[in-house]
Design a protein around this ligand. Structure first.
Ligand SMILES: [Zn+2]
Length: 329
């Protein structure tokens, strides 16, 4: 079974001191405090400890062999999006990160597929960088679930969607800057409550903003099984039915019309939920995604799908075929 893991993160081993360079902010840098281990530092704060599988492609390839993953889609870690800094500085960081990914993909073209990161706070710059990356061989781009709390369905992003559609770029929407995180710092709630809500926010705002109507050939995949969107789709539909004056102001169509128009990854941690999302969007719109190499991801990527009570045909689609369509490879 040919396997593509569509949701994995990577970071360069060495990152310039952008805080020093730009003279402001708390840009992420790495403190390699012992062999194979580094702290991601945000100013003086430890954001997260990572190990060498986060930056070393050869370590990843060994893991992939062990996990029976043929290829990984690699993209940056959302904390590196930097949508809240000066656009030209974000562009510079994005180019640095994208060039690192391009190098890895060029060295191991049969192992890795690249998704870029772009300065979404300036759509013109975002489009320029996306164009550059697609020329470098990237298959698409990863973006956040909101851009400085502006929702993805807003008109200011229309030119970005138009460019992505024209370039046939696959788009991975990843939760970040979780809503309300300042009010729920305990118990890892931004990750457990905020992330699924962020993805539902992204999908709802794109549907109700008419994005899938205006750009019908967009190839968008939402992380974490589409977050809380699919489990609450009937409530969302009910809202559209009972209060069209609030919900259907920019797009007249039932939100269920868009089931099957976008992809979701398989990282839902539960066989019944996996079956449920397959029933809603179709197996050909579910792609294996693990969130490797992070602890909230699948410890052994692909286990949920491999061990699910699904036919071999369905597993083959989710583990690889559906991703080939999404990525146009
Ligand atoms: Zn992720």
């Amino acid at each position: 079974m040919f396997t593509i893991d569509t949701h994995t993160h990577i970071i360069p081993k060495h990152i310039p001191d952008f805080t020093k360079k730009f003279g402001y902010g708390n840009f992420i840098r790495l403190d390699h405090h012992q062999p194979g281990r580094a702290w991601m530092m945000q100013g003086d704060n430890r954001f997260r400890e990572i190990v060498e599988n986060c930056w070393d492609p050869e370590v990843r390839i060994k893991d992939m062999a062990e996990h029976k993953a043929d290829m990984q889609v690699i993209c940056t870690i959302p904390v590196m999006f930097n949508y809240d800094v000066k656009p030209k500085d974000c562009l510079e960081i994005s180019q640095f990160l994208n060039d690192d990914i391009a190098q890895t993909v060029n060295r191991y073209p049969d192992k890795f597929i690249g998704l870029a990161t772009v300065p979404m706070q300036d759509v013109d710059l975002a489009v320029l960088e996306l164009e550059r990356c697609m020329k470098l061989g990237f298959k698409g781009v990863q973006i956040g679930s909101n851009v400085n709390n502006i929702n993805l369905g807003e008109p200011q992003f229309h030119d970005f969607w138009a460019a992505a559609e024209k370039l046939n770029a696959a788009i991975l929407v990843h939760p970040w800057q979780m809503m309300g995180q300042e009010h729920m710092t305990k118990y890892w709630l931004p990750w457990l409550v905020g992330m699924p809500a962020e993805i539902s926010r992204a999908i709802c705002s794109m549907i109700f903003g008419g994005i899938f109507e205006k750009y019908p050939n967009l190839k968008v995949c939402f992380a974490h099984g589409g977050g809380s969107f699919l489990p609450t789709i009937s409530r969302i539909e009910h809202g559209w039915e009972c209060r069209p004056d609030l919900v259907a102001i920019d797009n007249e169509f039932n939100p269920k019309k868009y089931l099957g128009k976008f992809w979701v990854d398989s990282h839902v941690c539960d066989h019944k939920m996996l079956q449920y999302i397959i029933d809603l969007v179709g197996a050909d719109k579910v792609v294996q995604g693990s969130d490797y190499p992070f602890p909230l991801g699948e410890a052994v990527p692909g286990t949920l799908v491999r061990e699910a009570p699904l036919s071999d045909e369905t597993k083959t689609i989710i583990m690889g075929t559906a991703a080939k369509t999404w990525l146009s490879i």
